[in-house]
Design a protein around this ligand. Structure first.
Ligand code: BGP
Length: 474
């Protein structure tokens, strides 16, 4: 039996990296796994524009030992990964698949054997297909299916796993599935579903956290948010109003329940501003109160830079084609606000800002507005195109430069009193990037998808290893 105290004993700060099940496991039809919404989407939808899928992905399912050994060689002390719901419940609920439980037991045990602290996310975008057919996250029954699934995970893994997250990025997930329309079930500019999804996801998370507490599991549990703090363009005519509406759009439906145990105070007002109907649980106050997290997982990539709505209809700008498109990431919400595009800030090939100082501003804002919560940086990284040399080695100096700056700003925030307990680089190795396929790379370790998925640590892997060693010796 391990205890929560063991986690930080001898290592006050956790350094590691992260992946998600669908993006790295492969073995899509092995081990008794049921079909997921992403399997179906990638196999059949014309909206899979890059014609890739996660059938094999990085084949973590068969190579997890090698990948965990590599983490150890890189001096990492923790690994964040997600469980595929459809490996535990092939139909989303009902019959349990023991092979799925066995697989995650093996991964967890191997992590512990190698002194790598497992940090487990229960849901990272990969909904079982059967549940998707029943309306997915618009169907409030799914919140109970989620608790049933979470309970099985707590029962089976709770003796060894001490760090838990319920859901990965409920806000960004709701955005891609309902506003951008690039993730299944591909609703486009559907604000009604966007807000209902966030509500239902937070309800599911709160119910699962309540379950965790009732079971008296020794560990901590929270949710992972894509914050994205809001910054207002100085030329904005009504900066306070714009900040309020944009912060509600991007953050508040997640951060208030997650960190304060309640819905945002401005909810009724925002329902009027955005004009949507929210279907609410009768006992929501109790559920959200009981479902407050112990910490916040923060996936930090960029800020949300906004200004007044200028003119034109609601439109979303997104780029899943990399250098094949000139689109910059953003949105115009008719009559309410729109993204501003700062020419001083560089962007990656997918049109997203690369602006490491926002690590500091996001963290300070959380400390000030949400009572200095415990935080783990559960993702942070840099996506790029990469070419290896003849030996398969990638000199990813651009990643190292950005990585170094992000860490610098994280440590500035720590020095200013933000309570950060760990950092997870996205990603452990190259893997499937939702919609963008395999050309957009994030890994510390290269995976050669054309030649037997051979792994070769990149320059950034060694850079990070040395950074961790130096930190330990400081
Ligand atoms: C986060 C997701 C990850 C990962 C990362 C990079 O939003 O939690 O799963 O994919 O972003 O995003 P992308 O692969 O779309 O570039």
């Amino acid at each position: 039996m391990r205890t929560l105290e063991d986690v930080f004993k001898d290592r006050p700060f956790l350094w590691g990296s992260a992946t998600a099940a669908y993006q790295c496991e492969g073995a899509w039809d092995q081990g008794g796994k049921g079909l997921g919404e992403w399997d179906y989407f990638n196999h059949y939808s014309p909206l899979n524009i890059n014609h890739e899928d996660g059938n094999v992905a990085s084949d973590f399912y068969h190579r997890y030992q090698e990948d965990i050994d590599t983490m150890v060689a890189g001096k990492q002390t923790t690994y964040r990964f997600s469980i595929a719901w459809s490996r535990i419940f092939p139909n989303g609920y009902g019959e349990i698949c023991q092979e799925g439980i066995d697989f995650y037991n093996s991964v967890i045990d191997y992590c512990i054997e190698k002194n790598i602290e497992p940090n487990v996310t229960l849901f990272h975008y990969d909904l079982p297909l059967q549940i998707a057919k029943e309306g997915g996250w618009l169907n409030v029954k799914v919140t109970d299916y989620f608790v049933e699934y979470a309970k099985v995970c707590f029962d089976n893994f709770g003796d060894r796993v001490k760090l838990w997250a319920t859901i990965n990025e409920p806000r960004y997930y709701a955005y891609c599935t309902n506003i951008v329309g690039n993730y299944p079930p591909n609703r486009n500019v559907d604000f009604q579903s966007y807000f209902q999804y966030q509500y239902n996801l937070m309800l599911a998370s709160a119910k699962a956290i309540r379950q965790f507490k009732e079971m008296d599991i020794d560990g901590i549990i929270g949710i992972v948010h894509d914050n994205g703090n809001v910054e207002v363009d100085p030329s904005t005519k009504e900066p306070e109003t714009i900040f309020e509406v944009a912060d509600f759009f991007y953050n508040r439906l997640i951060l208030c329940p997650a960190l304060l145990g309640e819905l945002p105070a401005e909810l009724e007002k925002m329902i009027q501003v955005y004009g949507f109907t929210l279907l609410r649980a009768e006992n929501e106050t109790d559920i959200f109160r009981a479902g407050k997290g112990d910490y916040l997982g923060l996936n930090l990539y960029n800020r949300q830079y906004v200004t007044d709505w200028q003119e034109g209809e609601t439109e979303v700008f997104h780029n899943n084609k990399g250098s094949g498109s000139n689109n910059k990431e953003g949105i115009r919400v008719e009559g309410i606000f729109e993204s501003s595009f700062d020419t001083q800030v560089r962007r990656n090939k997918w049109g997203r800002e690369v602006n490491p100082r926002v690590m500091y501003t996001a963290l300070i804002e959380l400390r000030e507005r949400y009572a200095n919560p415990m935080i783990m940086i559960t993702e942070n990284g840099h996506g790029c195109y990469e070419e290896p040399n003849a030996n398969g080695y990638v000199e990813d100096d651009e990643r190292i430069e950005v990585f170094d700056q992000f860490l610098y700003h994280m440590r500035r925030a720590m020095a200013d009193g933000v309570d950060i307990k760990g950092y997870y680089h996205w990603s452990t190795m190259d893997l499937y990037s939702w919609i963008n396929g395999y050309k957009k790379r994030y890994g510390l370790v290269r995976v050669d998808f054309d030649h037997h998925l051979k792994r070769t640590p990149k320059k950034s892997f060694y850079w990070y290893r040395d950074y961790i060693s130096n930190f330990l010796n400081e």
